[in-house]
Design a protein around this ligand. Structure first.
Ligand code: PA5
Length: 447
């Protein structure tokens, strides 16, 4: 269940919302009929995978094998081949999952930067522990992950020998093409598929996210069930569903000059969900000189950094607060202190969660007084089913919002520009034509 609260946003009138009716209906039609821009990338809409599919059963079997024969799983991937898995694991298993000694393998994410020192650090953590690798790349050619994987493949082969290394490496990639698929076939790695019609940032509910999550101990059945139920409720309810309303509100805010959306959570475990959200909306909408700039914060921590700006800085922002209904919590209560030197006895008996709730409402009202409006997305709770619902909710609202902006929400042409320059500078065959010009520009910058 997802509830969207927006009545507190006093600057938004029903007529502001109604002004987007026609765009909303068109977007709805594109999503239902699969006839909008990028319609060959709507595979996420009906989920590439079902809990009884052959692929899913293989994912679960691979996860059980890794859980039995490995202490560490290294997950190699970037962007859509990285953020979702990390977000799900950190939110449900906490960012400290690797230190908990709870019987679940440790999971480390590599190949999402060119940091050699990070890779070295993680390899040190692998010393004396049994390791498996899941390399994830739809294209099979993404440089960050390919470079890391080349080093890790050598590491695995020198540690385990070629045969056992091959049994400990799993590739998640395209079904039919790409360098990673060819390598996997040649070496005999088990392979999982990123369906053709599912783009990276919409792929967390395929093997991309499900295998690492299952290894980490996440209840992936519940995750998928939540997503399926959210899908059904969106298509049953249509444009009155909160997913459509949220997409509309984002467009209303943009029309009012609020070009930046801050996704706010008061739960530090949600931090990587914020990273995932930024990629989902940023890559889907930021094109043709359009789109909202998506950012994310964790309060109350970031109230002590960005809070000043949100309260009082350039009026370019609105906030979307994501709030899980309160769990059966083990939140510590504030103890009574005879001395009361810190003056905190007025909190005595309240839990930290109680204080967090008051901080949230106090902040919302203060920010509203300062001119920053907030919406609240209430979702089920801190469990896999509710997270599955929330993930699908964001998928759908992102697609609808992108269609309302009249962009193709499923491509990312702008991502290629840096790669072209980087390849030219690195001397990749076929990319050398502009190299001299780039070097001259760099000389100017460095002068
Ligand atoms: O959303 C996307 O399509 C991208 O962020 C990709 O996931 C990212 O660039 C990684 O690509 P690949 O999976 O091909 O290595």
């Amino acid at each position: 269940m997802i509830n969207l609260r927006y009545k507190q946003a006093k600057s938004i009138s029903e007529s502001d919302i109604a002004a987007f009716d026609s765009l909303l209906k068109t977007a709805d039609g594109y999503l239902r009929e699969k006839n909008g821009l990028g319609n060959d990338f709507l595979g996420w809409r009906d989920l590439g995978i079902r809990t009884d599919s052959e692929e899913y059963l293989r994912i679960k079997a691979a996860a059980s094998r890794i859980r039995a024969n490995s202490d560490i799983l290294l997950v190699v991937g970037i962007g859509g081949s990285y953020l979702g898995a990390r977000a799900v694991i950190e939110y449900l298993m906490t960012p400290y999952h690797n230190q908990l000694n709870d019987g679940n393998p440790e999971i480390y994410f590599l190949g999402n930067s060119f940091s050699g020192s990070e890779l070295n650090t993680v390899l040190k953590l692998c010393e004396g522990k049994r390791v498996s690798v899941n390399v994830i790349s739809k294209s099979g050619t993404t440089t960050e992950s390919a470079v890391a994987f080349r080093i890790l493949r050598e590491y695995m082969e020198s540690r385990y020998g070629k045969k056992e290394a091959a049994e400990r490496i799993i590739a998640t990639t395209d079904a039919n093409r790409g360098a990673l698929l060819s390598l996997a076939k040649q070496e005999g790695y088990e392979c999982f598929v990123i369906p053709d019609d599912v783009g990276g940032r919409f792929s967390v509910l395929t093997a991309v996210g499900l295998l690492p999550a299952a290894v980490a101990g996440v209840d992936t059945d519940a995750l998928l069930n939540g997503a399926v139920d959210m899908r059904n409720s969106i298509f049953e309810e249509g444009i009155s569903h909160p997913a459509y309303k949220y997409a509309t509100l984002r467009n209303v805010m943009l029309a009012k000059g609020k070009t930046n959306e801050l996704l706010v959570s008061y739960d530090p475990d949600f931090r990587f969900m914020g990273e995932w959200f930024k990629q989902l909306f940023g890559e889907s909408e930021g094109k043709d000189k359009k789109g909202l700039f998506p950012a994310s914060v964790t309060y109350s921590s970031d109230l002590h950094s960005l809070g000043q700006f949100v309260q009082d800085g350039s009026p370019i922002l609105f906030e979307t607060i994501v709030r899980a209904s309160r769990p059966e919590s083990d939140s510590p209560a504030i103890p009574y202190d005879e001395q009361n030197g810190d003056g905190l006895n007025f909190l005595c008996g309240m839990t930290m969660d109680d204080i967090n709730e008051k901080a949230m409402m106090g902040t919302l009202l203060a920010h509203r007084d300062g001119g920053t409006e907030s919406f609240i997305i209430d979702f089920g709770g801190k469990d896999a089913y509710s997270l599955g619902e929330l993930i699908y909710f964001f998928f759908a609202s992102c697609a609808i919002s992108g269609y309302m902006l009249e962009v193709n929400p499923f491509d990312q042409p702008g991502v290629e520009a840096y790669k072209k320059n980087m390849f030219a500078l690195l001397g990749k065959p076929g990319y050398d034509s502009g190299k001299e010009e780039l070097l001259a520009k760099i000389a100017e910058i460095e002068a």
